[in-house]
Design a protein around this ligand. Sequence first.
Ligand code: GAF
Length: 389
Amino acid sequence: MSRVVDTHRHVFGADPAGVWSAPGRVNLIGEHTDYNDGLVLPIALPHRTSAACSPRDDDLLRVWSVQTDELVEVPADAVGPGSPAGWAAYVAGVLWALREAGHAVGGLDVTVDSEVPVGAGLSSSAALECAVGAAASDLFGLGLLADDEARARLAAACVRAENEVAMAMTGGMDQSAALLCRPDHALLLDCRSGDTEHVPFDLSGPASGAGYVLLVTDTRAAHALNDGQYAERRAAAEQAASELGVPSLRDVDPAALDDALARLSDDVLRRRARHVVTEIDRVRSAVAALRADDLPEVGRLFDASHASLRDDYEVSCAELDVSVEAARTAGALGARMTGGGFGGSSIALVPADGVEEARRGIREAFAQRSWTEPRSFVVTAGGSAHRDS
Ligand code: GAF
């Protein structure tokens, strides 16, 4: 906190009006289902992105990043598709989207500082958008942090920033997680209706025996959502829905999946659709298993989700597969890639007294292949975006 304030003072020559922060996330299960009107189950990470902000009396945005030591200046009328480029798009894009939604939003001086690893599939971009969105809401009196309904509207603006300025065709899970998650709970979000449920996420309860923890492994295999692969998966899912004559793959009944698949025009579409339909069903099962404190079943669902993402949706990569296998070999109840894939992070449900063994197993598996050393850390479910000072 003091670093972002000190940097702001140094760069902009004045104290910020306040500091706001928002978390990264890991999705427990329900991957590539958000843009299919499906179900997702993320938790907010304890890692947060902070934005120290001061309002300006013109419409200029000046934004400094502690991570890149770089100042970007953008007048409001210069913001549009692909402009500005790079990380500043997430900041400028949010102010643009709020204006597009009819809010009176002026210029800002912003300093950002992030604990959320960038490129690790842990939603550093959504954390940045939502920290800035929270700041703009408070500083311009928009009331978009007031309750979950208002927060959902702020999340929608952040998604527009990502889709229409940063040009990444992502769904809405990450922004919803950053704005709606609660400590010690996973967020069950229905991406069609917007309905939410807060599902207790406590792996250490008495019914879980010695207890388990969620181990996140950043494989260090770089991941990007605007390189065409993500958009290609989204287009395939939309084409499958259109061939089946339904608004989205959410509308395919899992019990009638084989019939639906038989009607698709090619095998790739069949595999893409099978992932989405079975994954939405796995979210329902995982929520029931969490509520019943049946962690072995949660582990089995993690494993099934990973296999489906690897074989049917084809968004995994060697580093993710190896981290998942090594975690299981070291005693995890289950493991899977999390987030968009093509690099990024995996999660594993690990016995609380077996964390070091799992971390060592994953590290050694990477060392044997001469890959960059991965970073593994235990996480608990944190809270959503708020004002810090
Ligand atoms: C990325 C996207 F940003 C999300 O919207 C979601 O689609 C996810 O990949 C895959 O579940 O994080």
